[in-house]
Design a binder for this molecule. Sequence first.
Ligand SMILES: [Zn+2]
Length: 500
Amino acid sequence: MNYEPVIGLEVHVQLKTESKMFCRSRNAESSEPVRHASGEAVADGPNVNICEICTGQPGALPVINMEAVKKAVMVGLALNCKIERYSKFDRKNYFYPDLPKGYQISQLDHPINGRGELEIIVDGKVRKIGITRAHLEEDAGKLIHSGGFSLVDYNRAGTPLLEIVSEPDIKTSEEARVYLQELQNIMRYLGVSDADMEKGHLRCDANVSLRKVGENGLPPYKVEVKNMNSFKAVASAIEYEIKRQAEVLQSGQTPKNETRGWVDADSTTVSQRSKEESQDYRYFPEPDLPTLEFTEEWLADLRRRLPELPKARQVRFMADYNITKKDAVQLVAYKELGNYFEQVMSELSEWLVVDKAGDGNKFGQVALNWILGPFLSALNEKKLLPDECKVTPENFAELVKLIMQGQVSNLAAKEVFTKMFETGEDPSVLLEDMGLTQVSDEGVILDAVRKVLAENPKGVEDAKVKGEKAFGFLVGQTMKELKGKGNPQVINELLKKELK
Ligand SMILES: [Zn+2]
């Protein structure tokens, strides 16, 4: 029997704010070290970013962090969510040592962001993944188990989290991976989170179940998989579950409702517990916090100030720089590389205006080929961000210019680039020093062509009779005459002209 997967993702995003969700303690995930008034840095350690509110002392009252609310709404706007004019917080009760209050403040029936959708492209096809909701809540602390006892660190307790719940619209592990990557990208463009999965800024739980092909309803069971800390792990865990559940179904049984954990080392999922229902949490409205109500003006203002998102940037890059869609998609997926490309293009455009260079249209694609090719490989190899490397956008633009002007062959340009990446030197200087300047001067090349033709009457005859191959001999001779530095295109053109 054939089955198809029904997949929904729950993504937790740590919001980058100065302070925690409901108190003034520092958000432990901020990367800057905390400083005294004297400017002296205080080392981070466990339980330093805490107060009576986030450790749940009796009588302590929470206050809503508006910065977190604003960032949550920005995400809602980016995901085309219906921003709820009225939303409220609720207590989700459960007992665990990393949760000092004995409940988590979350949002149950009136989340800040309602229905939305995210468009993804998988194998060239556009897919719309529904967003059920994106609500605000607080994170728990951390338990550290070591040497037969457990330690608790409340630095993370009470830090703001945005939980983004998708509709069960995802059909393959690849769609799940692309959806997550797109979400990560949006968080980074919005600047609301670093969204690094390995560091836990972005955490994903996957709900996976199977139904018979052709059926429409939701399957009668649901398996939640946790503990994946990379895009690859999410895809592998989903693949594993699809296979496991198909085997259970084929044996005539129904898979259990349960929460399973991904074990990266073994590439398997293991049962952790039976799945909780929401009534197990005895939700009730948080009595210590007011409801949130937004005015149209506030929302309109936030919408106006939303930064450019990946999709819009992709469209703009294609129009402004005449680059292919495939390349534009790859470029915007890496925000910093897109920024670098724009700086290079701005250098080039200044030069295009000043020098009135001919085919300005092609510069974008040539620059991009070099950025997505040799530049990106070199960055990856050295594990550097674009603005951390020694090649300035100015020098990069200079190299592109030299290539476009025919002053350096593609092959020689690669040598120059390698050296630029090591030393940060100016490409024109390197070209001179390395003796790689290409000869494109028509006068110089014409002299060489005429000399070769005069010295090779047989070659000239052959070229006229036999064509291509014999013509190549003359090109080779001319190149030799120019010590390998002649511009092959110019040599070809002039030879053809002279042979007529
Ligand atoms: Zn606190």
